[in-house]
Ligand binder design. Structure first.
Ligand SMILES: O=P(O)(O)OC[C@@]1(O)O[C@H](CO)[C@@H](O)[C@@H]1O
Length: 323
C-alpha cells in the first residue's frame, strides 16, 4: 500500500492548440481535456492504473470537481474538507510537444486545516510501505510541512514507519532534507535550485545537468552523503539518474514522440515505487522509472500509463563511476 499526500492538488485543464502559441493573440483550442491532478494524485492514479493499492490524501470538499474526477476514475482518496474550491492549472500544448503550464497558488490552508491534514495522513498510513509527499504547498503552509509529516509518521509508527519519498520544489524541497527522506525525486530544474538553496557546490544550469548526467549524479551524491536515502533525478528526454549509498546509475530510453510531459516525473516516481515493492534492485527500479516516464510523455495531458503500457526493454541502464 502506497499513500500519497498532495497538499495542493489541482484540476489539470489541458488546452490543445492547432499551431504555435501566439502571445497576445486570440487562439481557438483544438481540444480540451480535464484530469484530477497534483503530483501525489498523479502518483496514485498511476499506481491504480497498474492495479496497486494506494490512497491519495488531499484537501477538498465533497462535490469538488477534482474529487468527482477521482471517484469516476476509481482512485481511492481521503479528503479533508476546507470549504474552498481546489485550484485549476492550465497547460497549453502546441503541435510538436511544446507545453506551457500556468499553475495557480491554490486555496490557503489555516493552521487548523494543516494540522487536520497531517492527522488524516497519519490515520491513512498504518501498514503503508511508502508515503509520497508531493507537490507545492498552498498559501499559508510553512516550507517545513513535509518535514513535519515525516516526523509525525516516524513518531507514530516507529520502526514500522513507511518509507518517505518527497517530490517537491523550492523551499519545501530544501526543508524536506531535515526529515531525512528515503527518496527524493527532483527534475533538473529542482535539483539545480535545491543545490543553490542548501549550499551544495554549483552543479550548473538545468540544461547542463540534463546534458551531463555525471553532474546530476554528483549533486545527487552530495544529498545522499547528507542523509537522503536515494535520489532519483529525472532529466527529461535524457532519462534519469539514480544515486544511492551503494552506487549511481544512468538510464536512457529509446527516442519517443513526446505529446505531453505533464505528469511524466510523477509517473517515473510511480514506476520506481512499483518496482521497489515488487523487490527490484536499484537498476530495476531506475529502469521502470524511466519506462514509466517515457510512456507518460507519449500520452496526452496529465494521462498516466499502466505498467503494461511501458517498455522497460527500451531502457538502457549503465553504472556511473565516482569522479
Ligand atoms: O504546482 P505544483 O504543485 O508544483 O505542481 C502541480 C502540477 O503541475 O504537478 C503535476 C505534474 O507533475 C500536475 O498534475 C499539476 O498541475
Amino acid at each position: 500500500m502506497i499513500v500519497t499526500l498532495t497538499a495542493n492538488p489541482s484540476l489539470d485543464r489541458t488546452v490543445e492548440l492547432g499551431g504555435p502559441l501566439l502571445r497576445g493573440e486570440v487562439q481557438r483550442a483544438v481540444a480540451v481535456r480535464q484530469e484530477s491532478g497534483g503530483k501525489g494524485v498523479n502518483v496514485s492514479r498511476a499506481l491504480v492504473a497498474s492495479g496497486l493499492e494506494t490512497v491519495a490524501v488531499l484537501p477538498g470538499d465533497p462535490g469538488d470537481p477534482l474529487l468527482a474526477g477521482l471517484e469516476t476514475t476509481k482512485v481511492p482518496f481521503a479528503a479533508l474538507p476546507i470549504d474552498q474550491t481546489l485550484r485549476s492549472n492550465v497547460t497549453l500544448t502546441e503541435p510538436g510537444g511544446v507545453t506551457t503550464k500556468v499553475n495557480e497558488p491554490g486555496p490557503e490552508l489555516t493552521l487548523d486545516q494543516q494540522e487536520q491534514l497531517l492527522k488524516l495522513l497519519v490515520e491513512q498510513s498504518g501498514g503503508a510501505s511508502w508515503v509520497v509527499l508531493a507537490g507545492s504547498l498552498p498559501p499559508g503552509v510553512p516550507a517545513s510541512f513535509y518535514t513535519s509529516a515525516a516526523e509525525r509518521l516516524r513518531a507514530e509508527f516507529g520502526p514500522a514507519a513507511p518509507k518517505i519519498a518527497v517530490d517537491s520544489s523550492g523551499a519545501p524541497l530544501a526543508a524536506s532534507l531535515g526529515g531525512r527522506p528515503d527518496l527524493l525525486k527532483p527534475n533538473a530544474d529542482e535539483l539545480a535550485e535545491l543545490a543553490a538553496l542548501v549550499g551544495l557546490p554549483d552543479p550548473g544550469t538545468p540544461a547542463e545537468l540534463e546534458a551531463s548526467p555525471e553532474r546530476a549524479a554528483t549533486a545527487a551524491r552530495s544529498l545522499v552523503d547528507a542523509g537522503v536515502g536515494a535520489v532519483l533525478a529525472t532529466l527529461g528526454a535524457k532519462g534519469a539518474v539514480l544515486v544511492t549509498a551503494d552506487g549511481a546509475w544512468l538510464a536512457t530510453h529509446a527516442p519517443i514522440r513526446a505529446v505531453s510531459t505533464v505528469g511524466a516525473g510523477d509517473s517515473s516516481l510511480a514506476g520506481y515505487l512499483l518496482a521497489d515493492i515488487s523487490g527490484a534492485d536499484a537498476e530495476g527500479r531506475l529502469r521502470q522509472a524511466v519506462a514509466h516516464g517515457a510512456a507518460a510523455a507519449s500520452l496526452p495531458g496529465s494521462t498516466v500509463p499502466a505498467v503494461n503500457q511501458t517498455d522497460p526493454s527500451a531502457v538502457t541502464v549503465t553504472a556511473l563511476t565516482k569522479d
